[in-house]
Design a protein around this ligand. Structure first.
Ligand SMILES: NC(=O)c1ccc[n+]([C@@H]2O[C@H](COP(=O)([O-])OP(=O)(O)OC[C@H]3O[C@@H](n4cnc5c(N)ncnc54)[C@H](O)[C@@H]3O)[C@@H](O)[C@H]2O)c1
Length: 331
């Protein structure tokens, strides 16, 4: 019987539901906010409530830990959890830079029994699962170009919240990562080269310091090309826009709905895709992750997937700094 702990009680509260759905007992919670700890003591009387992440990570009665703290706290907490032999389900991004990614990779090498996954949750979206099944079944032919936009639509959150306080906050790591993961999963081939541009015109006058709009082109190992945008300032509802172009068909997830186009005849109406969007809850990857730990199945986001996606995002951020195309580091 596995016992879980959760650090950070924002989206972390949804992880609690994921563990419960997997039949895992949540025994420990942590938040650095006094108010959050008081709420947690009331809502989850069965749990030990910790003030610091370190105390929870060192607790002997926790086997698997969810890390849902602020982005720039993840890497240190992940490395500590792994070195204590605890399995880790971390919010994205698992870290902020290449050095931290190396630290996590090395910690896993030293503790090969520990499993790691991350919450790139769009893999559980009913609509995207439906489309991936169709792609794999060949309904779109061979994919040759894929595009995705993470339209955040919550400018205030970066102008006033914790994201803006992180001096090197990355919108690609903070949101675009979902789209990169989705595209790698759809194409079934890693991104090997990227080139990025960005600007900061929407968040002027705030303490947010880095580009709030980043766009990158992508080259996949199998020859597919693509484009991804992390658009944090848009006047748009929070939305995951994608277009998959194949030799036999095109899928688009647009604000008006999902459509599949499988004819070059301009009179042929597009087929409406009715599967639910987003059609998932934030803790939905957790049961599959627990199955992996127990040796009963395969997580939807495996360790290698985490590293492929992180490496592509970090290469995009590097390209923004260098102004040149960048090769994605192998993982
Ligand atoms: N996968 C997704 O779809 C998704 C959605 C939202 C947020 N996130 C990620 O989840 C993480 C948390 O974001 P959020 O929206 O829940 O933020 P939030 O501000 O709503 O909640 C974060 C909570 O964590 C606590 N916290 C932060 N750092 C801590 C630390 N070191 N130790 C203890 N407590 C700590 C804060 O006090 C706060 O209560 C971020 O990494 C974010 O990128 C992912």
């Amino acid at each position: 019987m596995l016992r879980a702990g959760v650090i950070g009680l924002g989206v972390g509260e949804q992880h609690i539901l994921g563990y419960r759905a997997a039949g895992v007992e949540v025994v420990a919670l942590c938040d650095m906010s006094t108010d959050k700890r008081a709420d947690a003591a009331r809502l989850y009387p069965e749990c030990k409530i910790y003030e610091t992440a370190e105390e929870l990570l060192d607790a002997d009665d926790v086997d698997v830990v969810s890390i849902a703290s602020y982005d720039h706290h993840h890497a240190t907490q992940i490395v500590r959890a792994i070195s204590r032999g605890k399995h880790v389900f971390s919010e994205k991004p698992i870290c902020m830079n290449e050095d931290e990614l190396d630290d996590i990779r090395n910690a896993l090498k030293r503790n090969p029994r520990v499993r790691l996954s991350t919450n790139t949750i769009l893999r559980m979206s009913e609509r995207f699962r439906d489309i991936r099944r169709r792609v794999r079944a060949g309904e779109l032919g061979r994919l040759y170009c894929v595009e995705a936009d993470y339209n955040y639509g919550r400018l205030q959150k970066i102008m006033t919240g914790w994201r803006g306080e992180i001096v090197d906050y990355s919108v690609m790591l903070g949101g675009g990562i979902h789209m990169i993961d989705l595209l790698i999963w759809m194409v079934d081939s890693p991104v090997i080269e990227v080139s990025a541009v960005g600007n900061k015109l929407c968040s002027v006058g705030s303490y947010f310091q880095t580009p709030d709009m980043v766009m990158a082109w992508l080259r996949f190992y199998d020859g597919t090309i693509g484009k991804v945008g992390a658009n944090f300032g848009c006047v748009y509802p929070h939305f995951h826009k994608i277009a998959l172009y194949g030799t036999e068909g095109t899928f688009e997830n647009g604000i008006g709905g999902g459509v599949l186009i499988r004819s070059r005849d301009p009179q042929a109406p597009p087929q409406s895709i009715k599967s639910a969007y987003p059609g998932m809850a934030k803790g939905d990857l957790i049961p599959g992750f627990i199955d992996t730990i127990l040796g009963k199945g395969k997580a939807a986001v495996e360790e290698l997937d985490v590293f492929k996606t992180m490496s592509a995002c970090l290469a995009i951020d590097k390209s923004l700094r260098t102004g040149k195309p960048e090769v994605v580091e192998t993982y």
